[in-house]
Design a protein around this ligand. Structure first.
Ligand code: 5GP
Ligand code: MG
Length: 175
């Protein structure tokens, strides 16, 4: 059941603009910056942040995506592990990597993403950007850039829609 719409298209757009400015400011520019979207909905978000940064800075930004399904510590099935291509072609060595995901919850996906990145090179710095932080962390992980902090109960879900995948841009709390 839908309970409350907490972000509409304009709010999502403003959050992306703010996060993009914060990334540029915190890193004193975009040198060696790599934006990495986590599959699935971190990917459209990463692409939008990268294009916003490009339009602000008038310069190209590297942007890629990763699928960390096989790195999750709660997914141990060998068949699943075998199915996932674990090769990462992006060079992260000495780069400032900004991981991007739609929702931050327990932190286990980000822990897995960190393993994945570090298995493929030694970044200078890794930061995290999320559209929604819904709380309930189970690991010592926090986001550097947050669109909106949304306190939730564990039985609620945050429904994130992006026009690239869904029919609209919106964030809704559901039971
Ligand atoms: P975590 O690994 O931190 O427990 O969960 C974060 C990952 O699961 C993210 O990739 C996110 O897409 C997904 N996720 C966890 N909770 C929610 C939620 O309430 N809504 C949505 N849309 N995704 C969630
Ligand atoms: Mg996800």
């Amino acid at each position: 059941m839908e309970k409350a719409r907490i972000m509409d298209e304009k709010a999502i757009g403003r959050a992306i603009t703010r996060i993009s400015h914060e990334i540029i400011e915190r890193n004193k520019g975009i040198e060696d910056l790599v934006i990495v979207g986590i599959k699935t909905k971190g990917i459209p978000l990463a692409n939008r942040i990268a294009s916003k940064i490009e339009s602000i800075e008038n310069s190209r930004v590297m942007c890629d995506s990763i699928d960390i399904t096989s790195y999750r510590d709660d997914i141990t099935h060998d068949v699943i592990k075998g199915l996932v291509d674990e090769k990462f072609d992006l060079d992260v060595h000495n780069k400032t990597v900004v991981l991007v995901d739609d929702v931050l919850y327990t932190g286990r996906t980000i822990r897995a993403a960190l393993d994945y990145i570090i298995d493929n090179g030694r970044p200078k710095l890794v930061q995290l950007a999320v559209l929604v932080d819904r709380g309930h962390r189970e690991l010592p992980i926090r986001a550097d850039y947050v669109g909106k902090n949304v306190p939730t109960s564990k039985n609620e879900k945050v429904l994130v829609k992006f026009i690239e995948i869904d029919d609209e841009d919106s964030v809704t709390i559901c039971e």
